[in-house]
Design a protein around this ligand. Structure first.
Ligand code: NAG
Length: 184
């Protein structure tokens, strides 16, 4: 019994190692990350729309914070996957660029909602400044988005890599507007 269980464990360890070794990152992995990001941004959008602040909104504010952290982790994973991927090639580059263009809309909606909800965050009873927390979140999201953008751009074919700075500076501009709103 014991030998069997040791063998089973050893076998499981081997398959885990080989599964890890063959788990290559590529454009499809990055597109999958962007799809995950889109879903999480939609969740955040719905949470923000419902958010009213105040003492009654404490649980909601913490949920929003949790979703924001999840989004940061997805952006980190996307940046790592892009960095671990070989060049995306023609169709992979088109897929990644389209996915980024697609997710832009979701990012802008979240940023607009955050600006609209500033006064709600100002009244959120977290025991510390919720607007300060949102400001920090915005700065983190911006720098992680930039890191992902840079790492993904590096794998695009030159024709699309040329367009990336315009796309990314547009996203940066929207982040800056939201950061300004929370800085005053
Ligand atoms: C971005 O790519 C660089 C170079 O491959 C890598 O060192 C860095 O860790 C990547 N950034 C993230 C956030 O994974």
């Amino acid at each position: 019994m014991r030998v069997l269980s040791i063998l089973t464990t050893a076998f499981a360890a081997c398959t885990t190692v080989s599964a890890f070794a063959i788990e290559a990152r590529d454009a499809a992995t990055v597109v999958g990350d962007i799809r995950t990001l889109t879903t999480q941004l939609n969740t955040l959008q719905n949470q923000l729309k419902a958010f009213q602040g105040g003492a009654a909104g404490t649980g909601a504010a913490l949920q929003i914070q949790g979703t924001e952290q999840t989004i940061e982790n997805t952006l980190k994973k996307a940046a790592q996957d892009a960095s671990n991927s070989p060049n995306f090639g023609n169709s992979g580059s088109a897929d990644v660029a389209n996915a980024i263009v697609g997710v832009e809309r979701n990012i802008y909606s979240v940023l607009d909602l955050l600006i609209q909800k500033k006064s709600a965050f100002a009244t959120a009873a977290l025991g510390f400044s919720a607007t300060g927390l949102v400001l920090q979140d915005l700065k983190n999201l911006k720098s992680q988005t930039d890191a992902f953008g840079a790492n993904a751009s590096a794998k695009l074919v030159p024709e699309l890599a040329k367009l990336a700075p315009l796309l990314l500076s547009n996203i940066d501009y929207h982040y800056s507007v939201a950061i300004d709103a929370y800085s005053s």
